[in-house]
Design a protein around this ligand. Structure first.
Ligand code: NDP
Ligand code: ZN
Length: 358
């Protein structure tokens, strides 16, 4: 029975995917005498936590009830008062938690508080599912850097463009639609200036999406992004351009006028681990790195990759000069290669999608 109600709580949590960052996805279900009397999900940072919605719905019936919650109830004052206190105040009898909150501000303290108040607490029901649901949040909380997904569309021979730089389109529209769904799950999309110059992409979530758009981040040491590039002019989503230390205020001004935010590094290059710390400070919990080959190469070299999404088209491009999915220096020895595990393989139209994780 515990699993059944927890599964419902997980579904509630998941229904808000892509809209809670930098907060986790959380669902809660209140059960009294074998009946569901309340349920809820955390919908947006700054808004009530899942437990608050669920307890509100349950009203008086919360007293003596069992509450299923996908993540340990919070015990600290954030933007909202602690849920552990609310559960105690509502006199619930039992709390079932799927997984503990790695946030050092909570980390077991929520559970401890409930137990001290005499509430029966069970921990670990559907823990694996709950951990998978919030893997980006857990990574961000424990490392203070965003979760990194590398994404590319490649031919069957591993090319992401022809030797002349053409890449439209390697995969079918169905696969590209799936990319838009995946983009939405991340706080920001990252590309190198090479991709901006080659393709002038808009990097927005389209195909019928409304609501929050991920931030567009361009890695551009010398500020070569054209002022007429789509990411500068279209105002469809926030754009951040990351530049080297030598770029002057004067150079930055016209971009800032266009609404672009410039992030100037302390060196004349963009070092990936330093960039990730900088983005972490700016509350970017996850990034979707869409190329090109050089940028992918830099993320690989610094081993800053949590997930790879490869869309593979049954097409052969060939050519020594045509870029492959991951360029840059690469590793010289097999033992240094980044080993991942395949988590998911799917046919999308005529293409194959592979999800692999570290
Ligand atoms: P990138 O988009 O990888 O941009 C590379 C440039 O980014 C570098 O030359 C560098 O320029 C700048 N840069 C800044 N910081 C870094 C860093 N830390 N690491 C690496 N680069 C950095 O361009 P590519 O030329 O490699 O790839 C572009 C090609 O890839 C195009 O032909 C495009 O069509 C294709 N493509 C295909 C995709 C696919 O999925 N099929 C997706 C994306 C692109 P600077 O020194 O001036 O800062
Ligand atoms: Zn809470």
């Amino acid at each position: 029975m515990d699993e059944r109600y927890m599964r419902f709580a997980l579904q509630l949590a998941e229904s808000a995917s892509g809209q809670t960052s930098p907060n986790p996805l959380v669902g809660a279900v209140v059960v009294k005498n074998g009946e569901i009397v309340g349920f809820g999900a955390h919908l947006k940072a700054g808004e009530p936590h899942a437990e608050v919605h669920a307890l509100r719905m349950a009203g008086e019936k919360a007293e003596g009830a069992t509450v299923y919650v996908t993540l340990e109830p919070c015990s600290h004052y954030g933007r909202t008062p602690p849920c552990a206190d609310l559960l105690i105040e509502k006199k619930v009898k039992r709390v079932v938690v799927a997984t503990t909150d790695p946030n050092p501000l909570v980390a077991g303290k929520g559970i401890e508080k409930l137990r001290r108040a005499g509430i029966d607490v069970t921990v670990g029901v559907l823990k694996e599912e709950a951990d998978a649901l919030n893997e980006m949040f857990f990574h961000y909380i424990s490392t203070k850097t965003p979760y990194v997904t590398l994404k590319y569309a490649m031919s069957l021979d591993g090319k992401i463009a022809t030797k002349t730089g053409e890449s439209k389109w390697i995969t079918s529209e169905d696969a590209r639609r799936d990319v838009h769904r995946e983009r939405r799950m991340h706080d920001a999309i990252v590309v190198g200036v090479g991709t901006i110059l080659a393709d002038d992409p808009s990097l927005t979530v389209r195909f019928g999406h409304e609501g929050k758009q991920p931030i567009r981040i361009v890695l551009d040491t010398h500020l070569r992004t054209p002022l007429h590039a789509n990411v500068v002019t279209d105002r469809m989503a926030p754009t951040w351009i990351v530049v080297g230390h030598h770029v002057t205020e004067e150079q930055m001004k016209p971009y800032e006028h266009a609404g672009v935010q410039i992030i100037r590094m302390n060196e004349n290059k963009i070092d990936v681990p330093t960039l990730l710390l900088e983005l972490g400070k700016r509350n970017v919990m996850s990034i979707f790195v869409e190329g090109g080959a050089h940028v992918h190469g830099s993320f690989l070299r610094s081993r800053s990759v949590q997930q790879v999404l490869a869309y593979i088209a049954p097409t052969l491009i060939g050519g020594n000069e045509a870029p492959s999915a991951v360029g840059g220096e690469g590793f010289g020895r097999m033992m240094d290669a980044l080993r991942l595990q395949v988590k998911h393989v799917q046919m999308i139209g005529r293409d194959i999608k592979i999800v692999a994780k570290g």
